[in-house]
Design a protein. Structure first.
Lengths: 743, 111
């Protein structure tokens, strides 16, 4: 595909076609190439996959971009800045100008800064693709070190990133030919003999900068597949080995597979000898996890664990598509360490078809942390929990969210007084115990929400609401791993909306103009692109450029910042035994810990709540809490559901289509029953991110989150030893029918 | 004129609904109508280790094989969008030869 010769805009059959990249909002983790069709009135009429785009290989990765016109022109879109006129939660607003909104925000936040310091203001984000660079810079230009997601244990992606950087010197992802514009046809690439899909369902979820299509393309070329999932997904059905795991026991499974690979000599002796540290200690540790014990812990038959370990150990190259289930286990660092050890001792690091080191393309600023250098060390040290949890010094410069929440409540060691909340609807989505979170944010003197739609979070908390554009209405770029992609504005902003980037720049200039010296966002993008040697306008002509990828960097002195041979770790080796963990009082080797609430660790609770509950499996038609008001998408999944095995359904007297409560010791959420054999009879699965935009927005209803948010069952304050990880995916619950009159 | 058809490799259909929604958007159908609809076959257990779970997009009576798009040299909306490129459009005679080449395919000639 010679993308250089394809224009970025052309006329076709009376319509104008604009090539662009889908990158939130509406949200996603990826950057599929799209063609946006507009009519003579400048209206977006249709979206199709860009047949020449190498990222999505010319295809639609999901239904959501197809329905983009319904998002853009939805009657509920926020179209003007507004200020609250009733009490918080009353959902009463008055339209104001952007100037008035900015003036108020500037005055209120600066007053708080003068009184309590810049660190008393939070800048909260969600998945923040692609807003994080701009929101982090906004925080830094205000002077605050806090850009943060309200999610316990930062249990999404960042735990794997931090653990990878600490023990492997990089964050690794499977090489599925996505490094090349020619994809699977690139001669530098090798088809992996085996892929483990671990704790994600990529054909549905399309997780962080990786498409399920890439996995399936490998399967079509003969890659064998191992799937670790509590549910029989389509991928699990296609797998050579499906490991139906008890939620929360992934670390034990990895340790058990390591034990088999070590005992049977299936590891890469040369690589282990030359490039790893602590293999003997690891071998001794994994010997504590014989397959019989691991089978008992994980509920997976012994033979299947052996088959998976042997298939992975004997395949080369082999890789692992690891997912958020690794982060959503309380001791996520141990889960990451054990899974990383699997690809390490089998010699699958930085080889074609193995695991590659993910980094922003051409050294261009990636996901976030843009402008950290403007903050003093003293101010950066005020991030929540960095003293208690040194792993927060690896990877992104965020704070520990559970400690953030606690500090909001106690004011110790300093008070939190205001929050800038952009692209996140945490009361419906990421936050555990949403009532507690709501109370903590209600205490603040001043809250601003930036979003596409009015959300439960905005109604409950905002004093000012700012309307953002969708990606169809703005210019931009995408620099998350590879390639660099272009976002070309196809239509004028709807109403009086502004892009997330424009909003951050407008306000950032008011706080620290020297950090935002650009006249336009396009100038700003050019500055960000500097390491690539391209201006934003040049990028538009050549997009998407792929940086060359170099394998075996550790052999050539290209993996360490100091130019030495080896990996970018203190020992220069992959640290199977991590001395840094030891110095922090944490087990230097991976070990399995039972989830807090489980049949094993809390038998009394299990007697009352006899089902293991896992949450957060993705749906085709929504991205986290988004898309619930989009007609063609909502129709694909109209209700929040719980999946339960027929035997369990019979036992607990519920049937397909019943409305039920899922309840534990902390709270409950309403669900519609789907009876299905894809579950283990002891485990139920349910969706996350639900709110009901069609119901009353004003409190106490808040679009129904009190009833339908599954995080009513999830606690704050239960993060792991490193401050990363939380048990969103492994709890206990009971199930019973909703009584008449309860809905 | 030779009859055209849709050849679908249901071995790799993930059931993503992209074909349905692409058709709905192309023809402005409401959410309960489409020119193609994904059918789920299963899930049920065949043996201890084998499951039946597959998806097959089936054209409905609304499908006109995107005659307007095809006349302009474009692929039908569902084929162009398909998440896993498992749909092919062409003369039935050509597709028959491909049907022969591998199992788990189905050929539709909607009109």
């Amino acid at each position: 595909m010679d993308s250089e010769k394809i224009p970025w805009r052309w006329e076709e059959g009376g319509l104008t076609v604009t090539r662009s990249t889908a990158w939130s909002g509406p949200g996603c983790h990826n950057g599929c190439g799209m063609l946006l069709y507009t009519n003579a009135e400048g209206k977006l009429v249709k979206v199709e996959a860009d047949p020449d785009h190498p990222y999505n290989r010319g295809r639609m990765s999901c239904v959501r971009c197809l329905a983009l016109p319904e998002v853009v022109y939805h009657p509920d879109r926020l179209q003007h800045p507004m200020k609250r006129v009733g009490a918080r939660g009353e959902n009463k607003w008055e339209r104001i100008s952007w100037d008035e909104a900015y003036d108020t925000i500037e005055q209120r936040l600066n007053k708080i800064k003068a009184e309590y310091g810049a660190e008393s203001v939070l800048f909260s984000i969600g998945t923040a693709r692609d807003q994080a660079p701009y929101v982090s810079r906004l925080a830094y230009s205000f002077g605050s070190p806090h850009w943060i997601t309200m999610i316990s244990g930062y249990a999404c992606y960042l735990p794997r990133v931090a653990a990878g950087i600490l023990t492997q010197g990089a964050y690794l992802e499977p090489d599925l030919a996505q490094l090349y514009s020619a994809g699977c046809d690139d001669p530098n690439w090798t088809v992996p003999e085996c892929i483990i899909v671990w704790g994600c369902n990529p054909v549905v979820s399309n997780p962080d900068s990786s498409l399920g299509t890439w996995v399936v393309d490998c399967m079509k070329r003969g890659s064998k597949l191992i799937v670790v999932d509590p549910r029989l997904t389509w991928l699990a059905k296609k797998a050579d080995v499906w490991l139906q795991i008890r939620p929360g026991t992934d670390t034990a499974l990895a340790l058990g597979m390591l034990d088999i690979i070590v005992k049977e000599g299936l590891y890469d002796k040369e690589f282990v000898e030359q490039w790893t540290f602590g293999f003997e200690q690891l071998s001794a540790r994994v010997a504590e996890y014989p397959v019989e014990r691991v089978s008992e812990i994980t509920w997976i038959p012994k033979e299947k664990i052996e088959a998976a370990a042997r298939l992975f150990g004997k395949s080369k190259p082999a890789n692992i598509k690891w997912g958020v289930a690794v982060d959503m286990t309380r001791q996520s660092h141990a889960a990451a360490q054990a899974i990383q050890a699997l690809w390490t001792i089998t010699g699958n690091i930085d080889v074609p078809g193995g695991m590659f080191s993910a980094a922003p393309p051409f050294g261009v600023i990636g996901m976030a942390d843009w402008g950290t250098e403007y903050l003093s060390e003293e101010m950066l040290a005020k991030r929540f929990g960095v003293d208690k949890y040194p792993l927060y010094n690896f990877g992104f410069k965020v704070g520990q969210p559970d400690m953030c929440l606690e500090q909001m409540e106690t004011g110790v060691p300093y008070p939190i007084k205001a929050a800038w909340i952009q692209t996140t609807n945490f009361l419906a989505c990421t936050s555990p115990d949403p009532k507690r979170t709501q109370a903590a944010f209600e205490k603040l003197d001043f809250n601003v929400v930036v979003d596409l739609f009015m959300t439960p979070t905005a109604v409950a908390l905002a004093d000012i609401v700012l309307p953002a554009t969708t990606f169809a209405e703005r210019d931009g770029m995408r620099t998350f791993w590879q390639p660099i992609e272009i976002i070309n504005k196809a239509i004028e902003p709807v109403g009086d909306t502004r892009s997330d980037m424009q909003i951050c720049m407008d306000l950032g200039k008011r706080f620290r103009s020297d950090m935002w010296p650009w006249d336009t966002v396009q100038d700003m993008f050019t500055e960000m692109l500097a390491p690539s040697g391209l201006t934003w306008e040049e990028l538009r002509e050549v997009a998407p450029p792929y940086p060359p990828y170099e394998y075996r960097k550790h052999e050539k002195g290209h993996a360490r910042f100091d130019g030495g041979v080896g990996f970018n770790t203190p020992t220069g080796r992959i640290e199977l035994y991590c001395a840094a963990y030891e110095s922090w009082g944490i087990d230097p080797l991976p070990a399995f810990t039972e989830p807090d609430d489980s049949p094993v660790s809390s038998p009394d609770l299990y007697a009352e709540y006899p089902l293991v509950l896992t949450t957060g499996a993705r749906s085709w038609s929504s991205f986290h809490s988004e898309h619930r008001q989009i007609p063609h998408l909502r129709a694909l999944k109209p209700d929040p559901v719980v999946e339960i095995h027929p035997d369990a359904a019979a036992k607990y007297r519920v049937k397909d289509g019943d409305w039920v409560w899922l309840e534990n010791q902390r709270g409950r959420a309403r669900r519609k029953v789907v009876v299905t054999p894809i579950m283990d009879p002891r485990v139920v699965n349910t969706d996350h991110g639900w709110w009901l935009p069609e119901t009353e927005g004003a409190a106490p209803n808040l679009y129904g989150i009190g009833d339908v948010n599954i995080n009513n069952l999830v606690p704050w304050g239960a993060a792991g030893a490193t401050g990363f990880g939380a048990n969103y995916k492994s709890m206990l619950c009971k199930i019973y029918k909703v009584a008449e009159g309860e809905m | 004129m030779a009859r055209s058809g849709l050849l679908i490799d249901y071995d790799f259909c993930t059931g993503c609904h992209v074909c349905e929604v692409a058709c709905q958007m192309e023809y402005h159908y409401p959410a309960d109508k489409s020119g193609i609809q994904v059918q789920e076959i299963g899930p049920w257990k065949i043996t201890e280790d084998k499951w039946q779970l597959s998806y097959v997009p089936v054209p409905t009576d609304l499908c006109n094989l995107c005659a307007g798009r095809v006349a302009k040299g474009r692929l039908p909306a569902c084929v162009a969008a398909c998440q896993q490129s498992v749909m092919k459009f062409g003369p039935v005679q050509d597709l028959l030869a491909e049907l022969e080449s591998k199992p788990k395919q189905v050929l539709f000639a909607p009109k």
